[in-house]
Design a protein around this ligand. Structure first.
Ligand code: PHE
Length: 428
């Protein structure tokens, strides 16, 4: 690329201190010399004198931009462009072109000063009116376009707050599941096996094999859900179907004993059904964990030690257990098992200043039922009761969840609300 030649501007040259040579008529008087003793000021004055010579070729009345028809043309062009501006962006451009510093009307306005005084008022009025009309039109169009934009934004950017929430909130495993798995872990660590069985169960496994007599009240429709068999006609009495929703996990004892040769150590977690109405403390569908041990030489002390180990594992050290005599057809002897309340540790008993909500100030919490397996059950399963003995223990998980975690209403456990399950944590 060619370098531009270095032109020296003579006006700058005069400003330079050295090398200014004055003609004799320019030699300042002593007074003037005092006034402008600086060479720079002197040079400026000289430049001014040269510039102020009249411009003979300029006719102020003939300024093209100030002719009425030119101003009308510029105004009409501006008004047409304003009317045509379709949006605020376009209007911004129209404004710059027709009302900006370099617009025809602004340039015309600047020329007014050059007119002779008599022509200025007339031209000023004309330009002023034209600019006023353009300004007004701009303002009006701006308002129209803003209103249009606001209306469009309201429609286009409207948020429908009734739309379904599209993110799935993170849930958590149900505390019944995690508690059951914890209990399983305690027993698996002792060498037990986890055994499962069907929820739709033959009446024989649920009742007969467990030594529950045909006239036992639990076997009525007041307690048990009977299921119509696939072959059954509508006319068959439901209570005679021979199929039930299992009312406890004890039929898994029977299935386990029929499946295995002793020694048998199994833990049976699962869902069970009874015809209760759903309320704060009852639910027709709930969960039990039952354990069964059948081996040579097992006694009540093994049962008691096993229960104490479970309580220690789930609730911590130092909480005793007790057995109260009870009755179950499938165990003999039978007992109800209690543990010392893990909240007040028994200290609320007879101490009205320190009441305990967990155990109702009784000092004990009921865990479940237990006993030595009835020899008739062993016989029904083909196990020799002369050689083997066994113990069993069963308890409800909902109840344990209630007292272990202060859950006051069982219905919370079945409603499926993540706000209930999440506080139990993400245990896996
Ligand atoms: N099956 C009994 C019930 O559902 C509980 C139980 C299990 C009792 C094992 C004794 C032994 O109530």
């Amino acid at each position: 690329m060619a370098r531009p030649s270095r032109a020296v501007d003579s006006t700058f040259g005069t400003c330079e201190r050295p090398g200014i040579r004055l003609r004799p008529d320019e030699v300042p008087s002593a007074e003037a010399e005092r006034e402008s003793s600086q060479p720079k000021a002197r040079a400026n004055r000289k430049a001014r004198e040269e510039m102020s010579a009249p411009n003979k070729s300029y006719d102020p009345v003939e300024v093209e931009a100030l002719k009425p028809e030119e101003i009308d043309r510029a105004r009409d062009a501006a008004l047409a462009a304003i009317a045509a501006a379709g949006d605020l962006e376009a209007l911004r451009e129209v404004k710059a072109a027709h009302a900006g510093d370099r617009s025809p009307l602004a340039l015309a306005n600047r020329e007014i000063g050059a007119l002779p005084p008599h022509a200025r008022a007339e031209a000023g009025k004309r330009v002023g009116q034209a600019r006023g009309a353009v300004g007004q039109a701009l303002k009006k169009r701006q308002e129209e376009l803003e209103a249009e934009r606001d209306e469009r934004v309201l429609v286009e950017e409207a948020v429908d707050v009734t739309l379904p929430y599209d993110r799935v909130p993170a849930g958590a495993r149900h505390p019944l599941t995690t508690l059951m798995e914890r209990i399983e872990d305690v027993f698996v660590a002792m060498g037990y096996e986890v055994a499962e069985g069907p929820e739709v169960e033959a009446e024989w496994f649920n009742f007969d094999a467990l030594n529950i007599a045909p006239d036992h009240p639990a076997r009525t429709m007041q307690d048990t859900f009977f299921v119509r068999g696939a072959e059954d006609g509508e006319d068959r009495d439901l209570a005679d179907s021979g199929v039930v929703l299992r009312t406890h996990t004890s039929p898994v004892q029977i299935r386990s004993l029929l499946d295995r040769e002793p020694p048998v150590y199994v833990i049976c977690p699962g869902r069970v059904y009874r015809t209760d109405e759903l309320d704060a403390t009852h639910t027709p569908v709930f969960h039990q964990v039952e354990l069964l041990a059948v081996d040579e030489g097992l006694t009540m002390t093994d049962l008691k030690g096993t229960i104490e180990h479970m309580v220690r594992s789930l609730f911590g050290e130092g909480l005793g257990t007790r057995m109260r005599p009870s009755y179950f057809p499938f165990t003999e002897p039978s007992a109800e098992v209690d543990m010392v309340c893990f909240v007040c540790r028994g200290e609320s008993v007879g101490n009205p200043d320190r009441p305990c909500r967990t155990c109702s100030s009784e000092g004990w919490i009921e865990l479940g039922g237990c006993g030595m397996v009835n020899p008739r059950v062993l016989t029904a399963c083909g196990v020799d009761p002369e050689r083997y003995s066994g113990f069993a223990f069963g308890f409800g998980i909902e109840r344990m969840l209630m007292f272990r975690h202060n859950v006051e209403d069982m219905r919370d456990m079945v409603e499926g609300d993540v706000r209930f399950t999440r506080p139990f944590g993400m245990e896996i």
